[in-house]
Each structure stands twice: as structure tokens, then as C-alpha cells.
Design a protein around this ligand. Structure first.
Ligand SMILES: [Zn+2]
Length: 303
């Protein structure tokens, strides 16, 4: 399976910052070491051009990001300090999701080893999300004429409020979000289909809710391409999530999503979204599950 990666996906935010930036190169390394990805399958993104971003994001916001003129309130809301490197990594990640989408349309399944920044809105970022990579990729594909209808399956424990808002009322983009009712954001946006689950939701209840929701979305949306936000902050030990999934439950989730979407004959691109385990290494390790499930589904390993 082809996957986008760039070393500059990681930006050093310092030891005090809660965002596990180290997970990106660690995940790439683990996938290579475990034979879940080969060097030849890595696609290297460029920075998404401004005109590509402008199909989703407001000009004033992009100008602030370009020139480092975000207000201190905007930076607080974003949750990470602005820097030229953050701006660059956000653009790389957007293009990485776009490349992943193109590869998925060709191969059936592909990934970006970043992305899923679903709290980014047209005119502001929040919750560590600067740019909405999935929205940028969707608008680029529509503009290219390569695909027209999309399903976004967002299983990060936090609701995809930015994505839901960006596509509200858009009949060509179906947004499904399965998230913690009491997790951030406090005020939820309206997705096409929202499934809000209580604190402490474990493997069985989670999978019992996910299966029918996924089937409903697939039945209701004849998508050309599915974007999967495979956030791993659903785990019991996650620092920001309120669910209680086990590792086996996470593996079962990844198998369920991949098998359901692929057996429906739809192409899918995987993005990482969130995860806040004890260390970036542990977070990256959790992200390998979706790639292991993909290899299992394919029935072979990359050559
Ligand atoms: Zn999250």
C-alpha cells in the first residue's frame, strides 16, 4: 500500500508541549521495520499550493499563517505556537492526504502518515489542527474532476467539528463521526451522521455502535472515495480520550472498517488523526494497527 510521508511532518515543539510530534517518523520507521510498508511505496509530498488551500480556507486566515500574524487568541485556540515550520508541515500534510487520495483511487487503498486534522475550520484552527487536509483533498479532487462524492469516516474520539462544518449542507460529502459525547469539542457541530458515545465506552459497545453506523453511511452515500480518520485516542490509557478500548478492540475496529469499506468495493485513504498515549513511540505503535489490518486484508506483505 502506498503512503505519503515527509520527515518534516515532525516539528519539534519542545518537551513541554502535549502534542506527540515524534509519532510521525516513528510510525514510518515501524511500518518499514515490520514489513507493512516498503521504501518504494513512500510518496513524498510537496507543500500544498495556496490556491489549493484557498478552496477551503479563508484568505485572511491563510495570510495570517503565511506571515505569522495570527493573534495570540488564535494561537491559544490552535493549541500550538505558530512557526514557519508548522505552516510548512501543515501544507505538506494536506498534500500528503491529496497524494494518498490519488493513490487510493488507483490502487483501492492508500494512506497518509499524517493528516486527519479535523478541528480546522475555514477561518481558524483549533485543537492542534491548522489546516483541514481532508477538506483540502476533497476540494482538489472535485476541482480535478477525479472524484465527486465522498464519505468521511471519522473515528477519532473527538468530534470532527471542522470537517462537519465545512461540509454542512453539501450533498456530495457525507460526514460520519463516532466520538465521545463528553470529549472535546464541548459544543459539537452537526455531521451527516453523529454517533456520540458515553465515557468509558469499551470494545463491545464501541464496535456494536460502529458497525451499523458505518453500514448506514455506506448505504446512504454512493462515494467515489472514503477518507478514514483512524484516530487512536479511543484507547483506555489515552490522555485526552474518555473511551476504554483495548488493543484488541482497536485491532478489531481497524479490521471492521477496512473489511466493510473494501467489501463494498470503495476506495479508501487512511489518515492518522489523534492519539495521546504515554509516549510518541506508544502512540505510533497504536497507529500501526490499521496498517496491519490492511496487510491482513490484502493477504500479503509489500514486496
Ligand atoms: Zn482526537
Amino acid at each position: 500500500m502506498r503512503a505519503s510521508f515527509h520527515p518534516d511532518y515532525r516539528v519539534d515543539l519542545g518537551p513541554a508541549h502535549p502534542y506527540p510530534m515524534g509519532k510521525y517518523p516513528l510510525l514510518c520507521q515501524m511500518l518499514l521495520e515490520r514489513g507493512l510498508l516498503s521504501a518504494a511505496q513512500i510518496m513524498t509530498p510537496v507543500e500544498a499550493p495556496l490556491e489549493m488551500l484557498a478552496r477551503v480556507h479563508e484568505a485572511a486566515y491563510l495570510s495570517d499563517l503565511e506571515h505569522g500574524t495570527l493573534t495570540s487568541a488564535a494561537v491559544r485556540r490552535l493549541g500550538m505556537p505558530w512557526s514557519a515550520r508548522i505552516w510548512r508541515r501543515s501544507r505538506l500534510a494536506c498534500y500528503g492526504t491529496y497524494l494518498g487520495a490519488l493513490a487510493a483511487l488507483e490502487d483501492g487503498l492508500a494512506a497518509n502518515l499524517a493528516g486527519g486534522t479535523h478541528h480546522a475550520f475555514a477561518g481558524h484552527g483549533e485543537g492542534f489542527c491548522v489546516l483541514n487536509d481532508v477538506a483540502v483533498a476533497i476540494r482538489a479532487l472535485q476541482s480535478d474532476g477525479r472524484a465527486h462524492r465522498f464519505l468521511v469516516v471519522d473515528l477519532d474520539v473527538h468530534q470532527g467539528n471542522g470537517t462537519a462544518t465545512l461540509f454542512a449542507g453539501d450533498p456530495d460529502v457525507y460526514t460520519l463521526s463516532v466520538h465521545g459525547a463528553n470529549n472535546y469539542p464541548a459544543v459539537k457541530a452537526r455531521s451527516t451522521l453523529d454517533v456520540a458515545l458515553p465515557d468509558g465506552t469499551g470494545d463491545e459497545a464501541y464496535l456494536a455502535a460502529l458497525g451499523p453506523a458505518l453500514q448506514t453511511a455506506l448505504d446512504d452515500c454512493p462515494a467515489d472515495l472514503v477518507f478514514y480518520l483512524a484516530g487512536v485516542d479511543v484507547m483506555a490509557a489515552d490522555r485526552y480520550g474518555r473511551f476504554s478500548l483495548t488493543r484488541a478492540g482497536l485491532a478489531a475496529r481497524e479490521r471492521l472498517v477496512l473489511q466493510t469499506v473494501r467489501s463494498a468495493g470503495l476506495a479508501m485513504v487512511i489518515t492518522l488523526a489523534g492519539g495521546y498515549a504515554a509516549t510518541p513511540h506508544a502512540t505510533a505503535d497504536l497507529h500501526t494497527e490499521v496498517f496491519a489490518a490492511a496487510a491482513e486484508l490484502a493477504g500479503d506483505r509489500p514486496t
